[in-house]
Design a protein around this ligand. Structure first.
Ligand code: AMP
Ligand code: ZN
Length: 472
C-alpha cells in the first residue's frame, strides 16, 4: 500500500511522510492516564486526537496495534523526581488504598472514553503489572554503565549520552534558568537531569506500594514504565509514540534516553504530540482542583460528543481554549448535523463514483497531518452535494469510522419526535401553499414560504413535487 500520511514529528521538528517499519503495519504507543483523579477534558483532548490518529491509519488500510499504560505507581507531583507520589496523595485524600484508587479512576477513565467514542487500545497494561520487566531493564542499564546507585536509589546517568535533548531545543543552561526555587535539588544526582529509575529511599517513607529488588525494597520511577510496557508488547522498534506536549520533557526525553541505551539502537521513529487545552488561566491541569470533567459538561447539558466535535474543529498541534460560548455553537452545529444525516432516506443505490470521490477527499484531509477540521468540511460538502440520499448516508457512515460522532445512530427519542412534528408541520404548510397557488393567491403562497424559511426550512419546487431541507 502507498504511504500517504504526513505527520508532524517532534523528533525532526518537521511534517514528514509517515513510513512504518513494516509496510502496512503500525506499532503505536500512548502514554496512559495517571489514575489518581478523574481525567479532565484537557487530558481527554489528547486521547481524542490520538484516537483519530489511530482510526485514520486504520481507515487508510494499516494494521494498527496500539498499547497504553496505566500509571498506578511512580508519578510524582513534579514531573521530575521531586514532590509526593500522586497515587499516594489521591489515596490519602479519599481514605482508600492506592489500589482502590487506581481501580476506581481507571474504570472512570474508560467510562469517559466510551462516552467520547475513544476506542479501547489493543493492550492496556498497568505499571504495577510489570515490576519484573522494570527491574530487568534497570539491571541492564547498570551493567552497560548508563545507570548508577547513589543514596540507595538508582539513577540514569544522562552524561553518558551523546545527545540527551533529542526531542527539545532545551540546553542545560536554559533548563538551569528555568529551575524553580521551590524544587529541592537531589544531592545524589551526578548531573542535574539524571532521573530516578528505582527508589528505595526517598523523602516519603510512607510509599504504599513497594517491591523487592536487587537494590532493596522500593518502587520504580515514572519514566521506566513506558519504555518497558511498550517493548513488552511492541518489541524493539516502534513506529509512533503519542502524548500531550507536556510529556515531551522530561518524560519522553527520558524514555528515549533509557530505551535507546538499553537497546543500543534507535527505538521510535515518530513522536506525535497533542497541544494543550487551556482555560482562561492557562493549561488545564488536575492538580489545580475544580477540574472540568466529562460529567461536568454533561451536567451542563452538553452531549459528550459535542466536546469531541469541539476538539475536531481545531488542529491537534494548536493550543485550544475552552469556552462555553464556543461549546454552545458546536452544540447547535452538532445537533443540526445529526438531524441532517438522520433525515436522509437510506433507500436507493449508492453512487460508487461519487462515494469514491468524496472518500478520497476525506482521506486526503486526514492524511494531511490529521486535519480534522478539513475532514469535517468534506462531510458538509457531501451533505450539500448533488447526489442521492443513499450515497450521502453511506459517506456519513463511512466518515464516522474516524470522526466518531455517532452520525448515523438513531436520534434521541425527544429529537425524533421533534423531528416528526416538524415534518408534519412542513407537510401541512406545503399543502396550504399548494392551495394558495391554485387559488392564484401568490402573496399567501410567498408568506408561507417565508414562514417556513423563518423556521430554517427551505422549499424547492421540482418536477417531482415540492422538496424541503433544513438550513439551520
Ligand atoms: P496524566 O494523567 O497527567 O498522566 O496525563 C494524561 C495525558 O493528558 C498525557 O498525555 C498528558 O500529556 C495529557 N494532558 C495533560 N494536560 C493536558 C491538557 N491541558 N491538554 C491536553 N492534554 C493534556
Ligand atoms: Zn509515558
Amino acid at each position: 500500500m502507498e504511504d500517504r500520511v504526513s505527520l508532524y514529528n517532534t523528533l525532526t521538528r518537521r511534517v514528514e511522510t509517515f513510513v512504518p517499519n513494516e509496510p502496512g503495519k503500525v506499532l503505536m504507543y500512548t502514554c496512559g492516564p495517571t489514575v489518581y483523579h478523574f481525567a479532565h477534558i484537557g487530558n481527554l483532548r489528547s486521547y481524542i486526537e490520538e484516537d483519530v490518529l489511530e482510526k485514520t491509519l486504520r481507515y487508510l488500510g494499516y494494521d494498527v496495534k496500539r498499547v497504553m499504560n496505566i500509571t498506578d505507581v511512580g508519578h510524582l507531583s513534579d514531573d521530575g523526581d521531586n514532590g509526593e507520589d500522586k497515587m499516594v496523595k489521591g489515596a490519602q485524600r479519599e481514605h482508600k488504598t492506592v489500589m482502590e484508587i487506581a481501580k476506581f479512576y481507571t474504570d472512570a477513565f474508560f467510562a469517559d472514553c466510551r462516552k467520547l467514542n475513544i476506542k479501547m487500545p489493543d493492550v492496556v497494561e498497568p505499571a504495577t503489572n510489570c515490576i519484573p520487566e522494570f527491574i530487568h531493564m534497570i539491571e541492564v542499564l547498570l551493567e552497560k554503565g548508563y545507570a548508577y546507585r547513589a543514596g540507595e536509589n538508582v539513577y540514569f546517568d544522562t552524561s553518558k549520552l551523546k545527545e540527551y535533548y533529542v526531542l527539545t531545543n532545551h540546553s542545560e543552561e536554559s533548563l538551569l534558568e528555568g529551575v524553580r526555587d521551590d524544587v529541592d535539588v537531589d544531592e545524589n544526582k551526578k548531573n542535574k537531569n539524571d532521573f530516578v529509575l528505582w527508589f528505595t529511599k526517598s523523602k516519603f517513607e510512607d510509599q504504599a506500594l513497594k517491591w523487592d529488588s536487587p537494590w532493596g525494597v522500593g518502587y520504580p520511577g515514572w519514566h521506566i514504565e513506558c519504555s518497558c510496557i511498550s517493548m513488552k508488547h511492541l518489541g524493539e522498534y516502534m513506529d509512533i509514540h503519542c502524548g500531550g506536549v507536556d510529556n515531551i520533557f522530561p518524560h519522553h526525553t527520558n524514555e528515549i534516553a533509557q530505551s535507546e541505551s538499553y537497546l543500543g539502537h534507535k527505538w521510535c521513529n515518530y513522536w506525535f504530540h497533542v497541544n494543550h487545552l487551556n482555560d482562561k488561566n492557562g493549561k488545564m491541569s488536575k492538580s489545580k482542583g475544580g477540574i472540568l470533567t466529562v460529567s461536568v459538561i454533561e451536567e451542563k447539558g452538553y452531549h459528550p460528543l459535542v466536546y469531541r466535535m469541539f476538539c475536531l474543529q481545531s488542529h491537534y498541534r494548536k493550543p485550544l481554549e475552552f469556552s462555553y460560548d464556543v461549546m454552545d455553537q458546536v452544540k447547535a452545529a452538532y445537533e443540526k448535523l445529526r438531524r441532517r444525516v438522520s433525515s436522509l432516506a437510506a433507500d436507493g443505490a449508492v453512487d460508487e463514483a461519487v462515494f469514491a470521490q468524496y472518500r478520497t477527499q476525506f482521506e486526503d484531509a486526514l492524511a494531511n497531518d490529521i486535519n480534522t477540521a478539513s475532514a469535517i468540511t468534506v462531510l458538509y460538502d457531501v451533505l450539500k452535494a448533488d447526489t442521492n440520499d443513499a450515497t450521502k448516508k453511506a459517506l456519513a457512515k463511512s466518515f464516522d469510522e474516524v470522526l466518531g460522532l455517532d452520525l448515523t445512530e438513531p436520534l434521541p427519542q425527544k429529537e425524533e419526535s421533534a423531528d416528526s412534528e416538524l415534518a408534519a408541520w412542513v407537510a401541512e404548510m406545503i399543502g396550504k401553499r399548494a392551495e394558495a397557488k391554485k387559488a392564484k393567491d401568490f402573496a399567501a403562497a410567498d408568506a408561507i414560504r417565508e414562514e417556513l424559511a423563518a423556521r430554517g426550512v427551505q422549499i424547492k419546487d421540482t418536477r417531482e413535487g415540492v422538496v424541503w431541507e433544513l438550513t439551520k
